[in-house]
Design a protein around this ligand. Structure first.
Ligand SMILES: [Zn+2]
Length: 278
């Protein structure tokens, strides 16, 4: 593993501990994702009590698209063959006498659909505090263009030019071969994903008004240009990178995007919930 990709693989893990209402800590961990008949623990299991929650990708008769991936143990993780693995526990469990169920989670911040802050690839920005809490919500919310890029190559300057993204467009979600290959649904990390080459990133910075760059695998940058392309995008601290988007089955065109990262002080990445509205 080279040091550059190690850096990308998530410098920070965080733990969120739900506020506990329990009066006992005798409950023992009950891992999520383990074979179970309850739908709360395994969304794909059939409940035996007739209670079946509805899980949707599209809401309001096709008007609202959820473009975030669901977090689960088998989702891909940077340079891992085994996926994310268990990231949720239930240390306070009603089955074990707690007054309420209270989960804990521990997850690399660049897992699934997530955002990169400038501190991800610039250590002086990291030290100065350019974390996910400093990202501009105006950039992360507003009119956005969903475009299909040529399927046979990375996003180079030539490809960027061919897309003819109009001046004034500030948010673009790039759908690539990664979506066709369903890479975000594949447990094993795949270095053959497509993304921006350094010259493609530079072309975007020099010739467009795009400030939100979205892509459909774990990195906006192709593996061959991993750090160089990130540096080009993040150096100016104006462009925000959203990675791991779920762009299946949506017509290309103009939408309103809403993306909201967690306010993780000091973190250079965060899980992010993104939706598109027609
Ligand atoms: Zn990232």
């Amino acid at each position: 593993m080279n040091s550059a990709s190690t850096l990308l693989s998530c410098a920070i893990v965080f733990t969120i501990v739900a506020r506990t209402l329990a009066t006992t800590d005798s409950a023992y961990p009950s891992p999520y994702g383990v074979e179970t008949t309850t739908t709360a623990c395994n969304p794909y299991a059939i409940a035996d009590d007739g209670l079946v929650p509805v899980r949707k990708e599209v809401y309001d008769k096709g008007r609202i698209f959820d473009i975030s991936h669901r977090y689960h143990p088998n989702m891909p993780s940077w340079e891992s063959e085994d996926g994310v693995g268990q990231f949720l526990w239930l240390p306070k469990s009603m089955k074990n006498g707690s007054l309420a169920n209270n989960s804990e989670m521990k997850l690399p911040t660049h897992t699934g659909t997530h955002v990169d802050a400038p501190g991800h690839v610039f250590d002086h920005y990291f030290d100065a505090g350019f974390d996910v809490d400093t990202l501009d919500l105006e950039v992360l919310n507003g009119a956005a263009l969903l475009v299909d890029v040529p399927r046979d190559k990375n996003i180079t300057a030539e490809v960027m030019k061919s897309l003819s993204i109009p001046k004034g467009v500030r948010r673009v979600l790039f759908r690539t071969l990664n979506t066709d290959r369903r890479l975000m649904y594949t447990k094993e990390f795949d270095t053959s994903y497509v993304g921006f080459m350094k010259d493609g990133a530079q072309w975007l910075v020099d010739n467009t008004d795009v400030k939100l760059v979205g892509i459909d695998y774990l990195s906006v940058a192709a593996f061959a240009d991993l750090i160089p392309a990130h540096l080009v995008f993040l150096e100016g601290r104006e462009i925000i990178l959203v990675e791991g988007l779920k762009l299946d089955d949506i017509q290309p065109g103009v939408y309103t995007v809403h993306c909201l990262p967690l306010r993780l002080l000091g973190a250079e990445g965060s899980p992010i919930r993104c939706i598109l509205i027609k």
